[in-house]
Design a protein around this ligand. Structure first.
Ligand code: F6P
Length: 324
């Protein structure tokens, strides 16, 4: 293998740049030519592909976002779109790909590999941490710390006014951000898509809590089965029936996707990037390079997207025990 390309796709995450840097520099270290594909699969179809050099990735390890930009491509979902993408790669002589992204990215990469046989190794880039085959995904640690910082600030004002705050964090299908930012911020409750939310139990505990605490923080993952934080707040407000109690809602939104990556994310991103290039050179073809128990592990795309990654049970217990 002489020429490879790297791209970022789907929702961006802090640390993607550190990963791109690791891919580019490892590839050059190993004597390969390396190309950057802009805007993910979209750029592959539109031939937005440029040669990268060591200096192309200077001064980016600390930056959020992605210098290669990111997109969600509808055209790549069609056989015609994928054919165009393959023709462009062939014209550049690109023989292997590193795909940095989440489940949508790996679903596309798996089909692309099955259709055209091009080797693809993935790196787990998503703040949601919902990818099987790696203990943590690139960007998760930064997103949790961003959420935590915001929740700490809300806690100050919640305590000052004796208010109940519902704070919505990202996590369309998974509650990892909610759980870790909930533990870290000492939240009274965390609501996640993985477990059914019993609103009556929440109301009962909130009433009991009010004997010992005057304010409360409830962290809600955006994908919770009871609805958005605002919907849940209104349901709880209705059930508590206490006109004097004040309820507020804050949606943290996309601030969780930005910012300088933490040290953890930079190291994880660099390791995964290096492992992805090494994997390609060792003949790996449709799998993701992740880190489990400190070791590099290559997991087939089918498992990364198909197997469930459960929340850590101790984490749920912690919230229950520590919020009394
Ligand atoms: O990156 C994953 C994620 O943050 C989800 O938690 C969220 O639902 C989604 O992306 C929002 O993405 P976008 O703003 O790109 O539609």
């Amino acid at each position: 293998m002489k020429k490879i390309a790297v791209f970022t796709s789907g929702g961006d995450s802090p640390g993607m740049n550190a990963c791109v840097r690791a891919v580019v520099r490892t590839a050059i270290f190993k004597g390969l030519e390396v190309y950057g594909i802009y805007r993910g699969y979209e750029g592959m179809i539109e031939n937005d592909i440029k040669r990268m050099y060591t200096y192309s990735v200077s001064n980016i390890v600390q930056r959020g976002g992605t210098i290669l930009k990111s997109a969600r491509s509808t055209e790549f979902r069609t056989p015609e779109g994928r054919k165009k993408a393959y023709e462009n790669l062939k014209a550049h002589g690109i023989e292997g790909l590193v795909a940095i992204g989440g489940d949508g990215t790996f679903t596309g990469a798996k089909i692309f590999h099955e259709e055209f046989g091009i080797p693809v190794v993935g790196c787990p880039g998503t703040i949601d941490n919902d990818i099987y085959g790696t203990d943590y995904t690139i960007g998760f640690d930064t997103a949790v710390n961003t959420a935590l910082d915001a929740i700490d600030k809300i806690r100050d004002t919640a305590a000052a006014h004796d208010r109940i705050f519902f704070i919505e964090v990202m996590g369309r299908d998974a509650g990892f951000i909610a759980v870790e930012s909930g533990i870290g911020s000492g939240a009274e409750f965390v609501m996640v898509p993985e477990t059914a939310t019993d609103l009556d139990a929440v109301v009962k505990s909130l009433k009991n809590l009010r004997k010992t605490k005057t304010s409360s923080i409830i962290v809600v993952a955006e994908g919770d089965d009871e609805g958005s934080a605002e919907v849940i707040m209104n349901k709880v407000k209705e059930k508590i029936k206490d006109k004097k109690k004040e309820f507020k809602v804050t949606t943290l939104g996309h601030i969780q996707r930005g910012g300088n990556p933490t040290a953890r994310d930079r190291v994880l991103a660099s390791r995964c990037g290096m492992a992805a290039v090494e994997g390609l050179l060792e003949g790996k073809f449709a799998c993701m390079a992740g880190i489990m128990n400190q070791e590099v592990v290559y997991t087939p795309f089918g498992d990364c997207i198909g197997k469930e990654k459960p929340l850590i049970q101790d984490h749920l217990k912690l919230i229950e025990y520590l919020s009394i």
